[in-house]
Write a protein that binds this ligand. Sequence first.
Ligand SMILES: [Zn+2]
Length: 515
Amino acid sequence: MFSSMYAGGIAGMEAYPVRVEVDISRGLPGFELVGSLDREVKEGKERVQIALKNAGLSLPVAKITVNLSPADIRKEGTGYDLAIAAGLLACMGRIDPQSLQDTAFLGEMALDGEVSRVNGVLPIALALRKEGIRNLVVPAQNAAEGEGVSGIAVIGIKNMEEFLIYLQAGKEERRTLFPGKKAGGGKGKEASHAFPDFADVYGQESARRAAEVAAAGFHHLLLTGPPGAGKTMIAGRMPGILPPLTQQERTEVASIYSVAGKLGGKETLSERRPFVAPHHTVSPQGLAGGGRIPRPGMLSLAHRGILFLDEMPEFAAETLEVLRQPMEEKVVRIVRSRGSYCYPADFMLVGAMNPCPCGYYPDRNRCSCSETQVKRYLSRISGPILDRIDMVAQAAPIQLKDLHKRERGESSADMAKRVSEARRRQKIRFQGSPYHFNGELSGRDTERYCELGREERRFLEQVFEAGEMSLRAYHKVIKLARTIADLDGEERIGLRHLSEAVYYNSGRKQLWKGE
Ligand SMILES: [Zn+2]
């Protein structure tokens, strides 16, 4: 007897359909699993065999061969168990394989018959849909992941018992069994309320404004200032003013979380942009991803959102180095003996740091650090990383008068309105291009998309000649000015936009003298 069932696999972020072919024939009794398989896949043989036996379904004494194709892709993980079990049951005459031709199976079978969650259900569902699959049987814990994929019915099962009920039902009856929960709330509106509000930030006009500019144009931002100035407060409020994810971005982000095994019911296909804040003890691999069975790291979990590094100089130098290549290429490359994987990592870096060990530099009345101490501390942010940061904003110490005023700051909702208007302008500007935000523009395209008038050019020349701006900072300043003009609702970049942009560059210059 021969049967063939559909499953799916993941290599990096690439999902592909897998055929699970089961053959039971006379011959020397045995059970073999073949087809370029990792250890976990092979161990499925025992898991499935025992789970079936515990359900009272012993395998026949015969030569059993299970082949997973395509053979040229190395298969990893435990997600093939259900398809193997279905194939065996079909060969044993327990179920009708004809009725399962447009059905695929993903899930790990525990020895006691429980079905456990697997990673990557969302991208696999998308790939299988292209293959003509209309029903996808997955662990109940994963069912929410497939619900956003139209044209494919997701069936969430908890254990072997439910698996058998489903398989043995008629095609019509199956439609009513174990449907994946349909997306209810969890989308859009209420998500933005989940973030703390800028209204709670007293004073700090300058740092708040910097956060708004960064959010509007996706510019990498470094917040400096003494302890207690509210840097962390401001960073934590940024996701609340970011424009929502587009439909396509949502799928991208959810797919990454799915492959990382982090897509829960609630975040499923949420409109909110990720905000990922690793602790400074995070390992380079924790940031970049990888591992024996590769998983996306935190840089990829921050894709299309914010990567927030609080107390940035506290991160190990080799950990910060990991940021370099993804900040340039917007992907993380993981090279392995069997090939390399790419995980998307297009994030906005928001860093926060004290400018010196005591935290009060450059206020020489309060800072007790020596020049050498300050220099050494600042040098923990290496030149290449600093180069990739677009704006440095200083959060001032909170003044008593700000607290006494008891005036709440502008609300996130009002700031988000301006950001969304700036986003709208960028959308029109970048139609048909690979860009979404001004901050992403390459050097040459900066000149193309951000035209400057004569007077504005002369202004920048003067700033450069006065030594206030390096050549490297030139394009950054123009991109920032473009975003500031967008926030202003202006088609033309004006002098006031440029001077504000130069100001964000001067923060870097003031602290890191060489820049
Ligand atoms: Zn100091």
